[in-house]
Design a protein around this ligand. Structure first.
Ligand code: HXC
Length: 255
């Protein structure tokens, strides 16, 4: 590929792996990296052979935040007119599942990127934090919103106002992280989840993801209504139910 700050490959049965790859800067999210990441995700969204995407970093760092050296040069006017980091909104529009596989530091924008993903798997050495306050700034890729939904107000306030980090086990206890595995097994564990997803209907997976995400957007009544209509939409194909009745393995075509 022509990317300079990420690596891309496909594993297993249609699981794409994007590796953040700026080792000298602990994968700090410079503008180029975010552009390349969004570009790669949008390409995988269009690629019928891809069922799920894993985003990972190195053993030392998933990503140590937005690139502070780049940000240090920007004025308010620059950030406002460029709409700095607004391109990360496009990650939310990806319909395929995205799994964050986190070893080491997931700080600031790195933590926020992990939280944009659909689930987080962590290595035992993972460290999560929003240290922006120490730089005189605040989370800017959704951290104040997603962390608060994930942990509740009190813990989110503590993390965002103190800048203190949280370890993998604690993050799991709060439900922020779905699994904690030994560092060396992280990528395989993420790919295994991707493979399980890939065994199902791609269309229904996208519908299920949309339904779950609706839980963050609406009242319970409205969310249940959205779910019901999405559920009805899955009756456009009956491959899975027919296969069950016939005691056969479902052959998901392009549905
Ligand atoms: C730019 C970074 C960086 C970052 C590390 N580096 N984090 N460069 N932006 N966020 C660079 C260092 O400058 C250094 O390069 C190299 O990576 C290795 O880092 P060290 O600090 O030498 O490593 P270590 O001593 O092991 O400390 C690791 C660390 C520390 C604790 C993670 O690097 C750190 O505190 N980083 C900043 C974390 C942070 O504040 N993140 C939030 C950013 S603000 P050189 O060449 O200098 O030696 C943010 C804004 C969000 O994310 C708002 C919207 C996105």
């Amino acid at each position: 590929s022509t990317y300079q700050t990420i690596l891309t490959e496909t594993k297993g049965s249609g699981v794409a792996v994007i590796t953040l790859n700026r080792p000298k800067a602990l994968n700090a999210l410079c503008n180029q990296l975010l552009d390349e990441l969004v570009h790669a995700l949008e390409a995988y969204q269009k690629d019928d052979s891809v069922a799920a995407v894993v985003i990972t970093g190195s053993n030392k760092a998933f990503a140590a935040g937005a690139d502070i050296k780049e940000m240090a040069e920007l004025t308010f006017r620059d950030t406002f007119t460029q709409q700095l980091f607004a391109n990360t909104d496009r990650i939310q529009s990806i319909q395929k599942p995205i799994i964050a596989a986190v070893n080491g530091y997931a700080l600031g924008g790195g933590f926020e990127l992990a939280m944009i993903c659909d689930m987080i798997i962590a290595g035992e050495n993972a460290k999560f934090g929003q240290p922006e306050i120490r730089l005189g700034t605040i989370p800017g890729i959704g951290g104040t919103q997603r962390l608060t939904r994930a942990l509740g107000k009190s813990k989110a306030m503590e993390m965002i106002l103190t800048g203190d980090q949280m370890d993998a086990k604690t993050a799991q206890a709060y439900g922020l992280v779905t699994r904690v595995v030994p560092e060396a097994e992280l990528l395989d564990a993420a790919i295994e989840i991707g493979n399980k997803i890939a065994a199902h209907s791609k269309l229904t997976i996208a519908i299920a993801k949309q339904a779950v995400n609706q839980a963050f957007e609406t009242s319970l009544r409205e969310g249940v209504l959205v779910e019901r209509n999405l559920f009805y939409s899955t009756f456009s194909t009956k491959i899975g139910m027919k296969a069950f009745v016939e005691k056969a393995k479902p052959a998901w075509t392009n549905s």
